[in-house]
Design a protein around this ligand. Structure first.
Ligand code: FES
Length: 216
């Protein structure tokens, strides 16, 4: 495809620089800054992923355009960045563009390690407030409900959207995007669907020290 803004080489250089910046970001020692950065990236990801997914889906109705687009190196790399997998050999007649469901992508990277994190005294947490956290690329939320504390993944099931701007009614977490309700005790969606949030083990020591076990 014709170069529009910069060449393939320049695109690859930009990708390499981005990779380097992401590696540098991994080294940020201030946890609050790191969580803020991951949240910003997660929202950027979400607002790009949805229209990109729609564009790629709509291409199914325009085979000529699709053929051109899926052969372009920069498009292929962008799709790879967003975990969108193009079928490798688009053909004249069939050539549909297929995606790996985002949920499956997550499962492709088996978690191997577990760590107990110490997150301060649980009494310092405001009741019914959602606190986004990040550890080893795992985005999760902790929230206190009375004398209990829960930890769940910070991503609505079946979506890439973070859920930490949702609301809590007792131990029910309401997703800010389309209103799914999850039981923090089990992670299960309240209406009996298959949706669920991953839950993480929580312990509160006699001193009030809050510990959460994160698998990554
Ligand atoms: S993204 Fe949570 S209900 Fe749709």
């Amino acid at each position: 495809m014709k170069q529009v803004l910069f060449s393939n080489e320049e695109f690859n250089e930009a990708l390499e620089r981005l990779n380097k910046l992401m590696r540098d970001a991994e080294e940020i020692s201030n946890v609050d800054h790191k969580v803020l950065l991951y949240n910003v990236l997660q929202y950027f990801d979400s607002i790009h992923r949805e229209p990109l997914s729609r564009i790629m889906s709509a291409l199914g109705h325009h085979p000529d355009l699709k053929r051109n687009i899926v052969q372009d190196e920069t498009v292929q790399k962008l799709c790879a960045l967003y975990d969108l997998e193009l079928e490798s050999a688009p053909t004249e007649n069939s050539g549909t563009i297929g995606f790996i469901p985002v949920g499956d992508v997550g499962m492709m990277t088996p978690r191997k390690q577990k760590d107990w994190l110490e997150l301060g005294n649980y009494e310092e947490l405001e009741n019914l407030k959602l606190y986004p956290k990040n550890y080893e690329k795992v985005n999760f939320i902790i929230s206190r409900v009375g004398s209990d504390v829960f930890a769940v993944q910070n991503q609505c099931d079946g979506s890439v959207l973070p859920i930490d701007k949702g609301t809590l009614e007792d131990h029910v977490l309401i997703c800010p995007w389309h209103g799914c309700k999850y039981d923090l005790k089990t992670g299960k969606e309240m209406n009996g669907s298959d949706k669920r949030l991953e839950t993480f083990p929580v312990e509160i020591e006699d001193t009030g020290l809050l510990k959460v076990e994160i698998a990554y």
